[in-house]
Design a protein around this ligand. Structure first.
Ligand code: PMP
Length: 351
């Protein structure tokens, strides 16, 4: 029997994540995961974990992890918020901070989850075009708004907006919250975390998914003024008190403490990125100047969609969007040197 129940149901078009292929032997360069394993300290923490602890609810505020993060970032523990990946943190931030009648602003080409959260929470939004080189013009963000969200480095372009430009946007908008999504900041940019003491309206969001190789553990965090973080926590505790599980809290702390491994793997990714950008240019691609763990490249004069399919047939997965303005580009996650060389060999063959 079917009635009219659908009339009172919230209907949305969901975000589409990149494919997670099940077959073996795939070179997976499509979802910006880190090709290196997490720190050995994470493996150690996991192997020493006593499953009896799972009987109890986890610490609601992930205190130890928050303390270590505060310590490493030079902020107070009250300025730290932890969530289940930065998607969870961003989603909570949209729900908390974007509650105005005025539209929120974000670039037309950016992380494609922003418009999905805006839709699910009924937030008005306006997208602002990037310039012809896929760059953000800070002046565009100096107009009336109900909030701003900017990914820096931006996705899928990889382009980093300098800290002075970021600060000019925050300073020009004291009446709304500015969220800087720094999912990829560890691969080359300068973080805005240091500005959280100066601007009460700034929220900086980061993640363990990329630079700490822990996408599967789901740890994200935000930094802001104490007042801002209190607002975020109040909303979060009105939805779910126990978001962060005990194992993630312990493993996150272990990863954070291994600074040497973090530095080693992130500089390795940066050097493979620079090598890969040069190889792609040799193959005739135009490549944006990426500060992230991926490259945004266009195979001038060739169909990016066709290349995407042909690479897939060879079990090499990259990301391609059949969308205006970017359908002539591929987004290629930085893998190991061997994986990248396999990609370049396949590309030379195809081209
Ligand atoms: N922000 C941006 C710009 C991203 O590309 C991603 C990864 N899809 C995220 C946030 C979310 O990452 P996670 O939830 O794994 O922290």
């Amino acid at each position: 029997m079917s009635g009219n129940w659908e009339n009172s149901v919230r209907r949305v078009t969901p975000y589409t994540p990149g494919e997670q292929p099940k077959e073996s032997g795939v070179i997976k360069l499509n979802t910006n995961e880190n090709p290196f394993p997490p720190s050995p300290m994470v493996k150690k923490a996991l192997s020493e974990f006593d499953a009896d602890r799972l009987r109890l609810y986890p610490d609601t505020v992930s205190k130890e992890l928050a303390l270590e993060l505060a310590n490493q970032k030079g902020v107070k523990p009250e300025q730290v918020f932890i969530g289940v990946g930065s998607d969870d943190v961003l989603s909570m931030a949209f729900l908390t901070f974007f509650c105005s009648d005025k539209p929120i602003l974000f670039p037309d080409i950016t992380y494609s989850f922003y418009d999905v959260w805006a839709s699910v929470y009924g937030i008005k939004y306006r997208t602002l075009p990037l310039d012809g080189d896929f760059k953000i013009d800070p002046k565009d963000y100096m107009r009336e708004n109900g909030g701003i969200v900017i990914a820096n480095p931006n996705a899928p372009t990889g382009i980093y907006l300098g800290l002075d430009a970021v600060e000019s946007i925050i300073a020009a908008n004291p009446d709304s919250v500015v969220i800087i999504d720094e999912a990829y900041i560890d691969f080359g940019g300068k973080s805005a975390v240091g500005l959280t003491d100066k601007y009460e309206n700034l929220l900086v969001v980061q993640t363990f998914s990329k630079s700490r190789s822990m996408a599967g553990m789901r740890i994200g965090m935000a930094f802001g003024s104490e007042r801002l973080i209190k607002c975020l926590s109040d909303v979060r505790f009105s939805v779910n008190s126990y978001t962060m599980n005990t194992v993630s809290q312990i493993c996150g702390l272990a990863a954070l403490k291994d600074k040497e491994y973090f530095e080693k793997t992130r500089s390795e990714i940066i050097s493979i990125r620079e090598y890969s950008a040069a190889r792609l240019k040799e193959l005739g691609f135009t490549v944006t100047d990426s500060a992230a763990n991926f490259l945004f490249a266009s195979p001038k004069g060739r169909s990016a969609g066709e290349l995407f399919e042909k690479l897939k047939q060879r079990k090499i997965f990259v990301r391609w969007w059949d969308k205006p303005l970017i359908s002539d580009h591929l987004r290629i996650t930085i893998g190991t040197k061997e994986q990248m060389d396999a990609l370049f060999a396949a590309l030379s063959e195809i081209l």
